[in-house]
Design a binder for this molecule. Structure first.
Ligand code: PGA
Length: 251
């Protein structure tokens, strides 16, 4: 049985003080109610330390939204995996579609970042997903396959990786993939992982769904056999909604 995993991706929201408040609200809203589900929050780099202090000692994990593929050096504006580890992060999101869309992230740089994060003992949430144009032209399967293959190139052990399937057309748009649409792609990813890493690794791999997950649709999505939790954007900024989504994954 795969343990479900729900992570709140706060994106570029909240000051340090607001992040502390939200982290405390999340803890209060979750209570002790989430056994059976792994939970994380991903504040901005700036708020990692302070939000991390709030959740310290709880089961909630500290997650970063990105990392660079070098340890340090002349990379203005970037933060390295080594720094995230030292700041108390247990995981990092890599290859989010907003990074790919607005910041020039490619499958090749995603691959470098994943390798560096793993080498710094961070768990990785590796995001893949097709755009609306790609879905409409019938290339979803081949886009996802190349993102997975190229993102994992040269990586022999995927036990510290979670894949997040996030159709770009469903992110922040209010349009959720139907549970059947999501399940179809999750199954495709698991089948591909079986081909690349064998059955045991594929069965152990957690595949999160992301894209307009909310309390009203979470339970149906999480009931699908290959959906192992969610990467939550907008709804994670409200502690009650986020806790309701975690609860849906805890059943
Ligand atoms: P959303 O974002 O829940 O606001 O659609 C999900 C994500 O981008 O991780």
């Amino acid at each position: 049985m795969r343990r479900k995993i729900v992570v709140g991706n706060w994106k570029m929201n909240n000051t340090i003080a607001e992040s502390e408040t939200l982290a405390a609200e999340v803890l209060a809203a979750l209570g002790d109610n989430f056994s059976g589900c792994e939970v994380g929050i991903a504040p901005t780099f700036l708020a990692l330390e302070s939000a991390g202090r709030i959740i310290e000692g709880s089961e909630v994990q500290l997650v970063a939204q990105n990392c660079h593929y070098e340890n340090d050096g002349a990379y203005t504006g970037e933060v390295s995996a080594r720094m995230l580890n030292a700041a108390g992060c247990s995981s990092v999101i890599i290859g989010h579609s907003e990074r790919r869309q607005y910041f020039g992230e490619t499958n090749a740089t995603v691959n470098l970042r994943i390798k560096k994060a793993l080498s710094e003992a961070l768990n990785v949430i590796f995001c893949v997903g097709e755009t609306l144009a790609e879905r409409e032209s019938g290339v979803t399967g081949s886009i996802i396959s190349s993102q997975v293959r190229e993102g994992l190139e040269g990586i022999s052990d995927i036990s510290a990786i979670v894949i997040a399937y996030e159709p770009v057309w469903a992110i922040g748009t209010g349009k959720t993939a139907s549970s059947a649409q999501a399940e179809e792609v999750h199954l495709l990813i698991r089948t591909l992982i079986t081909e690349l890493y064998g059955d045991a690794a594929a069965q152990a791999l957690r595949i999160q769904y992301g894209g307009s997950v909310k309390p009203s649709n979470a339970a149906e999505l999480f009931a699908m056999p290959n959906i192992d939790g969610g990467l939550i954007g907008g709804a994670s900024l409200n502690a009650a909604d986020f806790a309701a989504i975690v609860k849906a994954a805890s059943h």
